[in-house]
Design a binder for this molecule. Structure first.
Ligand SMILES: [Zn+2]
Length: 78
């Protein structure tokens, strides 16, 4: 009943950087700052959000930013 062993990696899609095509990524953090007015505690605080950035060009894949409200935190080429 070990589902891990039934996963065939060769059938899985390898995620590639949409900008340079590299398939190597590093862990990176986006830091969100919460102002005192917005914060539930009434104090300014920072919240780190873990994402992956391309090893080649440092771009964070769009798919990791979707629905997280972080797309505005990364500069896009649009
Ligand atoms: Zn890249």
């Amino acid at each position: 009943m070990d589902t891990q062993t039934s996963i065939d990696l060769s059938k899985m899609e390898t995620m590639k950087c949409e900008q340079c095509g590299s398939s190597l990524f590093s862990i990176a953090y986006i830091i969100k700052r919460i102002s005192a007015i917005m914060s539930p505690t009434g104090e300014e605080s920072i919240v780190p959000v873990q994402v992956y950035s391309c090893d080649g060009c440092s771009k964070v894949p769009e798919v990791l930013l979707k629905g997280s409200g972080l797309s505005d935190a990364i500069e896009t080429s649009e």
